[in-house]
Design a binder for this molecule. Sequence first.
Ligand code: 1YM
Length: 642
Amino acid sequence: MSDETRVEQEYGASQIQVLEGLEAVRKRPGMYIGSTSASGLHHLVYEIVDNAIDEALAGFCKHITVTINPGNSITVTDDGRGIPVDIQAQTGRPAMEVVFTVLHAGGKFGGGGYKVSGGLHGVGASVVNALSQWLKVQVHKNGKIYQMSFERGVITQDMTVVGTTDRTGTTVTFQPDPEMFDSLIYDYEILHTRMREEAFLNAGLSITIEDHREDEIVSDTMCYEGGIREFATWSNRNKTAIHDDVVYMSGSKDDASAEIAIQYNDGYSETMLSFANDVRTPEGGMHEVGFKTALTRVLNAYGTKNGIIKGEDKVSGDDCREGITAIISVKLTDAQFEGQTKAKLGNAYIRTLVDSIVTKQLATYFEEHPQTAKTILEKAMMANRAREAARKARESIRRKTALGGAAMPDKLRDCNETDAALTELYIVEGDSAGGSATQGRDSRFQAILPLWGKMLNVEKAREDKVIGNDKLQPVITALGAGIGEEFDVSKLRYHKVVIMADADVDGSHIRTLLLTFFFRFMRPMIEHGYVYAAMPPLYKLVRGKTTRYAFSDAERDRISAEMRGDNPNAKVDISRNKGLGEMDPHELWETTMDPEKRTLKRIQLEDAARADEIFTLLMGEKVEPRREYIEANAKFAQNLDY
Ligand code: 1YM
């Protein structure tokens, strides 16, 4: 290269410090990126993207591209000013080198001179570098292309000019180090979801994600001029909104700013997505507290003033949040993350800021949009009445239970053991399967509850209806731990609750229903890992007097070959299991219920959340998403429907 320039390499005291710093990252990667599992692997991308987003927040970058390359290296490109390449006075090294090699603790870097609204520039780049097998950075700036390369944080190519250019920007490519990570394979959906979030949170910023690992390139470009307003409508995309406009509020004080967007839907669950400096805070914190307090206060004040709420009545915080979708995004320079997973915002002044924004702006919005105010208030009042009705329904169940003595459901075939830690409840679809299960079980510790007929549509049902429903009531009573707000997992009568349903459409329907019900009204039971799905075998293989079972096609083929052994003419009779109801009690015990032999799938919260989503889709009012879902899963449904 004709105009190639090199910065003289000098290994002084500072270089030794650099190596020690990066060595510390490699020794305890978890301290810097949370973990070395998949989440840590994806975190590397976010660190580099964060620098590009800071550049966007500073007003210099419009477009960011994230590419998953074949081999699972990652390239992030932006069209900002390009990382500075001039020699830093302090270190005598190019700023670019410092960004990728020096660990920047807190605000010390550059005497706070590089601080921008979103955070601190370049803080994570050196961490990513230390944990990468190799990393290459290219900067387009001053008409030149500057390049520098590293291996495991150590410079392998000093900053070098490798060409000329007429644009500006930064490109970083890195290959996560196999010595550092358990898994090296990027999940497109995880990155896609996170980049969509970033695009929503930074209005007008365009982010492209591309996956180049397969022959066919997958890509998506996301840009939302409406920012978190569009985030709220997007979150409600499969639901029915009860007012057209998204209510948007924002404000700032000193170095901190906050934005809030809300839109109610006709469902009963609460969707609250909160962020601090574009980082999700699933455990909530001060921004959520400020929002909730102000929302409840404004709704009560408006309702009382306008005669919608009468007398001494009030709506509770929970009432005010039924069916809400709320996006809360705050930005601050000294974010303090607390809680078990450091996912809760601790800065108390943010509560005051969000509270005052919502108190003023929501009140004004209601004055200017009385129709929307009325719709929202009526929804909260309805929630209040339903809560009251649910309380009464619970009360009545309690009374009946107290008066009736042994008030267990007629259909329940209980077990002898009473220590919940040792007992299992099988919830079985249909009376005939229930009969087989009752005969086949080990009655010392296994209880059976058959369910039959068509189940109530939980999506459309209020809590009081659910409690009083004759199909679900036996489930509630048998479990013995209450429901909804009063659910008490310590009272649960079985620590294994096994859903046993056929592998066909009806079975999947009942599984979805029960999981949705548990997810909405008995969530701690799932969180404690007490809910399971039974896994009946798919095939039965018989040769002479030998019977064996297979749980997948592959297993069927393997077992059938084994059973034939050396005798190619041997006949192995293979039948597809028709359903639980057609298995005799002994078979059911052998294949599905015997703790020594059975396979149980423990239900994770995500499984239940997914069931809940599918449920909303299938039972909700929106036709289009339902049709799309059914079309997309038609193949799957056919497989099940034999
Ligand atoms: C693909 C990753 O890192 N972009 C990026 C980083 C920086 C700048 C621009 C930048 C910042 C400043 C001035 C400034 C960084 N600079 C630094 C540091 N994309 C990516 N784009 N000029 C350019 O903050 O004043 C760290 S990151 F510290 F050197 F200025």
